[in-house]
Design a binder for this molecule. Sequence first.
Ligand SMILES: O=C(O)CCC(=O)C(=O)O
Ligand SMILES: [Fe+2]
Length: 230
Amino acid sequence: MEGRSPFTELPIEPRGLLWHEDFITPEHEQQLISIFQHELEWPDRPGRLSLHYGYSFDYKTFGIDPDIPYKEFPAWLQPLIPTTEARPPEQVCLQYYPPGAGIPPHVDAHMAYDQLYALSLGAPAMMQFRKGERQIEVDLTPCSMMQLTGEARLHWTHGIRKRKTDTLADGTVRPRADRWSITYRWVRDGDCECGNVELCDVAQRRNGVEKEKRSLKQSIAKSTDEDPAP
Ligand SMILES: O=C(O)CCC(=O)C(=O)O
Ligand SMILES: [Fe+2]
């Protein structure tokens, strides 16, 4: 890409949170929301819903599902693909969050994926980043694109609480409303070497703790009747 990247790093912990505030215009956002609401077929169940494009995510291995054929990016998705990477992402996931829905704290699998971006549409929601005792809230504002790199990508979990309101830093209680996000993932070349046994599935496999973690993730998925976090 020519010129400077429109992403700037947020001056907060976790380090490595890159932000593009107006990745799309509010008019474009409204057109997309209309497509999401009227033209797409969503699973018929409550809670957070996901639709996958490109290669599908395998919730058993937390990698690419080899049994599901590649799904071309639809026309509406093409202009939303970040151009700041050397190639388009292998996996794109559109998620719908009805008011009150969330996503459990997680790191996106290190083994399968490298670069990770997320575009927010519709109502804002607070995302919690956590590392040990530290918790930082980041407001996911509509039309903004976030890129998780470095510490934020590898060593802090992120999640969105299941709740009907978010309390802002100034004490304002903000009701949740319909939100959509698009997450983009690039398949990793070579192994992740971060060595974080707490959060990295590669380090866990090397230390023989992968299986337990996986079955825990699956039982969480069953108990909430939602797709587990990647
Ligand atoms: O909804 C979002 O903005 C992020 C979702 C997320 O963390 C994920 O799909 O891995
Ligand atoms: Fe995530």
